[in-house]
Design a binder for this molecule. Structure first.
Ligand SMILES: NC(=O)c1ccc[n+]([C@@H]2O[C@H](COP(=O)([O-])OP(=O)(O)OC[C@H]3O[C@@H](n4cnc5c(N)ncnc54)[C@H](OP(=O)(O)O)[C@@H]3O)[C@@H](O)[C@H]2O)c1
Length: 334
C-alpha cells in the first residue's frame, strides 16, 4: 500500500448546499490517508440515510458539512487495507462495518478512513450490504427501544405494547424486528403495499396509514401503547392524535422532532405529565453496532434492502431516499 496516498479513487461529492440528486458530482480524488487511530477501508457497500441528504439541503448549515466539496454518507462496510498509527483492533484484510460520523462522511467513494473506535468486525455470515444498513438506522431503532422505551431485547422484561410508525422504512423495519425480540406486542403503520411485508417482520397488527384508523393510530385490538417509536419523516402528527392511544405513562419517541414536538416535550415536562413526548437523536456507539451485527450473524435480525445501486449511479440511490418511499435500506455498492 506504499504510495497509496498519491493514488486517486472514484468519489461522489457535492460542492454547495441544495441540488438534491443532480447536485452530486462524480470526481477522481486522492485516496485518504489513515491518521492516528484510523483505518483505511476499501468500501464494499454504503447505505443512505435521510440525514445525508438533509445535510446537503442545509439542515445543519453552517456547521455541516464542514467544508466543500463534501463526500457524503456515514454508514459503510468494507475491508481494512491500511491502519494508522496506534491502531490495535484491526489489520489489513479484516472485514468491517463502520460509522464515519455526520461531520466527516466520506462513504460515497471507493475508499474511506474510519475511526478505529467506530469500526466493528464483520463476520462472514453478514454481507457488506446488510452490515452497511445498520449504523444509523439500526442503532436508532435500538436506542429508541432500549433507552427510551426501556424494553429488554432479551425478552426478560415486562411485555409492552409498542407502536412503530413508518415500519417499512430504514429505521422502522429494524425497530419492528428488535421490538419482537424484546417480546413486545407490536402495532405498526405503513402503506397498503407493505402491510404483508411488515407482518412478515413480526408485527402483530398493521395499520395502513392512509385509512382513517391508520391516521388515528388506533390499535385494532384496542391496546394502549406504552411507547410509540415514531419514525415517519413528516413532523405533522399532533399530540392530540397520540394522546388517547397511550397507556397511563406512555411515551412518544420522536426521531424527526419538529417545533411542535419540542413544544409538547416542554409542556409535558413542565406539567409533570405521565404521558410524554421524547425527542431522540441517536448516538451511534460501536457497542450497539457490535450487538446488532451479532444479531444479524445469529439470524435474529435482517436488513431489508430496498434497492442496490452501483457507485457510478449513486445519484439514483440519493433520489430514491429523498423520494421517501423506500422499503428498507437504500444501498450503494462500490
Ligand atoms: N433522530 C435520529 O437520530 C434519527 C435517526 C435516523 C433517522 N431519523 C429520521 O427518521 C426519519 C425516518 O428515517 P428512515 O431512514 O426510516 O426513512 P425512510 O427509510 O426514508 O422512510 C421511508 C418509509 O416511510 C414510510 N412512510 C412515510 N410516511 C409515512 C406515514 N405517514 N406513515 C407510515 N409510513 C410512512 C414510507 O412508506 P410509503 O412508501 O408507503 O409511503 C417508506 O417506507 C427521517 O426523517 C430521518 O431523518 C432520525
Amino acid at each position: 500500500m506504499a504510495g497509496m496516498a498519491s493514488k486517486l479513487m472514484h468519489a461522489v461529492q457535492y460542492v454547495r448546499y441544495g441540488g438534491g440528486a443532480s447536485g452530486l458530482q462524480h470526481a477522481e480524488v486522492p485516496i485518504p490517508t489513515p491518521k492516528k487511530g484510523e483505518v483505511l477501508l476499501k468500501l464494499e457497500a454504503a447505505s443512505i440515510n435521510p440525514l445525508d441528504w438533509k445535510i446537503q439541503k442545509g439542515v445543519a448549515r453552517p456547521f455541516l458539512p464542514k467544508k466543500f466539496p463534501h463526500i457524503p454518507v456515514t454508514d459503510v462496510a468494507g475491508e481494512v487495507v491500511k491502519v494508522g498509527e496506534g491502531v490495535q483492533k484491526f489489520k489489513p484484510g479484516d472485514k468491517v462495518v463502520a460509522y464515519l460520523t455526520a461531520a466527516i462522511g466520506g462513504g460515497l467513494a471507493e475508499y474511506a478512513t474510519a475511526n478505529e473506535n467506530m469500526t466493528v468486525a464483520r463476520p462472514p455470515e453478514v454481507s457488506a450490504a446488510e452490515a452497511a444498513g445498520l449504523p444509523i438506522a439500526g442503532v436508532t431503532a435500538h436506542q429508541c427501544l432500549t433507552k427510551a422505551a426501556r424494553l429488554k431485547l432479551d425478552g426478560s422484561g415486562q411485555p409492552k405494547n409498542i407502536l412503530i410508525t413508518a415500519a417499512s422504512g430504514g429505521v422502522g423495519q429494524y425497530a419492528v424486528q428488535l421490538a419482537k425480540l424484546g417480546n413486545a406486542h407490536v402495532t405498526a403503520t405503513c402503506g397498503a403495499r407493505n402491510v404483508e411485508f411488515v407482518k412478515s417482520l413480526g408485527a402483530d397488527e398493521v395499520l395502513d396509514y392512509k385509512t382513517p384508523e391508520g391516521a388515528a393510530l388506533k390499535s385494532p385490538s384496542g391496546r394502549k401503547y406504552d411507547a410509540v417509536v415514531h419514525c415517519t419523516t413528516s413532523t405533522g402528527v399532533p399530540w392530540s392524535t397520540f394522546e388517547p392511544n397511550l397507556s397511563s405513562n406512555g411515551k412518544v419517541i420522536a426521531i424527526t422532532p419538529g417545533p411542535s414536538a419540542f413544544l409538547t416535550f416542554a409542556l409535558k415536562k413542565l406539567s409533570f405529565s405521565k404521558k410524554q413526548l421524547v425527542p431522540l437523536f441517536a448516538d451511534v456507539k460501536a457497542e450497539n453496532l457490535e450487538y446488532l451485527v451479532k444479531l444479524v450473524k445469529e439470524g435474529k435480525l435482517k436488513t431489508v434492502i430496498d434497492s442496490t445501486h452501483p457507485l457510478s449511479k449513486a445519484e439514483d440511490a440519493w433520489a430514491k431516499s429523498i423520494d421517501g418511499h423506500a422499503t428498507g435500506k437504500v444501498i450503494v455498492e462500490a
